[in-house]
Design a protein around this ligand. Structure first.
Ligand code: ZN
Length: 563
């Protein structure tokens, strides 16, 4: 990992040297109107960091152990109870809230995958960041055409570029959906990690500089890694948990053979690569060195891969947390050396929950795995037999044994009503199910606002519901029911529920010289856009936003516009 960062650092240094020769003459500070004298001058660069699956619980557990970049951010303005307030706590909806100020009910990103039964292609499932109209595609990994078309709201970068076309926006992430949902339509650079290094939309050509970063990523993946040393804090958390089939999790140390891309992604190396690529692209585009404010967006996905592969406790997550802290520290050190006046915001797209097998051992005996019988295809088979309905294809479509369920369009009106009634009765009576909510019920509700801690389950579901995209009915499982029926190597734990362990994420703001404060009352990730807009003095239309500007100035003064 260190090796990788060093390799990237060398790459970026050569770029920095050439970039510095063409540094623009420093511009005079923008005059601050008298009426706004109490407002801080805008930073020249906003750095947005999303740490995939970095739950408020992880932040709490490891906060005392941070000494690097996360310790720096924890010394800024800290909101330990930020809410990804909606019910569909998945990566795509979560990333769509961070820089749009809007809940998924408005961004249109209702889940990672949903069904569009009007599609003419064979695969009616759609992936949130694809364009299904492209010939020969399907929603399966590696077979879709990456696209931002499903995002219905502008991002901070889009708004900044509209207000000042000189603004530069760079978005790099471990996952395409993170880079796309935060980067927006107008990003100058938008890349994600892939087995070929950095990838972007089809047909987007890599500059020679991006090609060099790609080559460094490929070389890193192609290098075998020995097990990481286990520091004493992580040794205390290292204990094997049996996941069946002769396998266990909890004691891993990220040893991996050469060329194992999945292993690379589920290790601290992946975040190191994104941070290094981000620092390098910042340098080559001279972000933060012009008179305008620029935007650098980095999606750090390794925590999520580690959580899914090994769970949220154990040696693996401990090593990941400490490595992330150290890598962010190195990244900020490089940012400091650039001399750019930058502000940082770090949050997450959703929280997470440990695997039931370890929860059961660790004083949470109710934790369990979902019954496969709740799956749409299992229910379809059962209901076809019980109701005597014979149509081609399933009666019900759904991407998981919870969330959105869709009724086949081949059903007659009468059969549709019978299937809906029978399916919702079976599901609602299941002991693992908290509730079943018809889409029509949600459609009739207003989008919720106010304290997200107190939202009802229906309100949470409403916040990620959109008529025409969401299911005909939605299912919320009970708390601590993990929606993975059977554990297996590579996928033991997940998120996605309506419960607070999946909704609560930290929101951390930092800038050099900022007076720190902590606000433990709930805030929301939809507050981030108006907050950053306030910080840089960007006027925005707030009428249709779900968030509010959080004043980052401790005591007198404000970073928000006058109401
Ligand atoms: Zn995620």
């Amino acid at each position: 990992m260190r090796t990788l960062i060093s390799a990237f650092a060398l790459l970026a240094c050569s770029v920095t040297a050439s970039a510095q020769q063409s540094l623009p003459t420093p511009q005079p500070m923008t005059a601050v109107p008298v009426a706004e004298a109490a407002r801080p001058a805008p930073p020249r660069l906003i750095i947005v960091l999303s740490v995939d699956q970095f739950s408020a619980d992880l932040f709490t557990e490891y906060r005392g152990l941070f000494t690097g970049g996360l310790a720096r951010l924890a010394g800024g303005v800290v909101f330990p109870q930020g809410y990804q307030a909606h019910g569909a706590t998945e990566t795509c909806p979560g990333h769509s809230t961070i820089l749009t100020g809007s809940l998924p009910a408005r961004t249109g990103i209702i889940a990672n995958n949903w069904y569009d039964l009007s599609l003419t292609r064979e695969d009616r499932r759609v992936y949130c960041s694809e364009d299904p109209s492209v010939e020969g595609t399907s929603s399966a990994s590696g077979r879709y055409a990456p696209s931002i078309n499903y995002l219905l709201t502008p991002t901070l970068g889009d708004l900044m570029k509209t207000a000042d076309p000189r603004t530069r926006v760079v978005s790099v992430a471990g996952k395409d959906r993170a880079a796309i949902m935060m980067g927006g339509r107008a990003a100058d650079e938008l890349w994600w990690l892939s087995p070929t290094g950095l990838s972007s939309y089809r047909g987007r050509e890599a500059s020679p500089h991006v090609a060099r970063i790609s080559a460094a990523v490929v070389a890193a993946v192609g290098t075998a890694r020995p097990a990481l040393d286990l520091p004493q804090q992580c040794a205390a958390r290292s204990r094997a948990v049996d996941i069946g089939g002769g396998h266990s999790v909890g004691t891993g140390r990220f040893e991996r053979p050469a060329g194992n891309f999945r292993g690379f992604m589920a290790s601290p190396e992946a975040d190191g690569a994104v941070l290094a690529a981000g620092a390098s692209l910042r340098s080559v585009h001279q972000l933060g060195q012009g008179p305008q404010t620029d935007l650098l967006i980095l999606g750090l996905s390794a925590t999520d891969y580690v959580g899914h592969t090994y769970g949220t406790e154990g040696s693996e997550m401990c090593l990941q947390m400490l490595a992330l802290d150290r890598e962010l520290g190195d990244f900020f050190t490089r940012m400091d050396a650039s001399g750019v006046d930058y502000a940082v915001m770090l949050t997450a797209d959703h929280g997470g929950h440990d695997l039931p097998e370890r929860n059961q051992q660790n004083a949470a005996p109710s934790a369990t795995r979902v019954d496969r019988g709740l799956d749409a295809s299992a229910l379809s088979t059962r209901l076809k037999a019980e109701l005597g309905i014979t149509i081609d294809g399933p009666l019900l479509y759904g991407d998981a044994p919870f969330g959105d369920y869709y009724l086949s369009r081949s059903l007659s009106a009468a059969d549709r009503a019978r299937v809906l009634s029978a399916a919702t009765q079976i599901i609602a009576a299941h002991p693992q199910v908290d509730r079943v909510v018809p889409g029509a019920t949600l459609a009739a509700m207003p989008i919720p606002h106010g304290n997200p801690e107190q939202w009802s389950v229906e309100q949470r579901l409403r916040a990620s519901y959109m008529a025409g995209r969401s299911g005909d009915f939605l299912v919320a499982l009970k708390a601590r029911v993990t929606p993975i029926p059977e554990t297996g190597v590579g996928y033991v734990a997940t998120h996605g529920s309506v419960w607070d362990y999946d909704r609560r994420v930290p929101m951390l703001f930092w800038r050099a010289g900022m007076r720190s404060f902590e606000q433990p009352n709930p805030v929301m990730t939809v507050d981030i856009l108006p907050t950053l807009a306030g910080l840089i003095g960007l006027p925005i239309e707030t009428r249709n936003l779900d968030g509010r500007c959080l004043d980052l100035v401790a005591g007198e003064g404000t970073s928000c516009p006058a109401p």
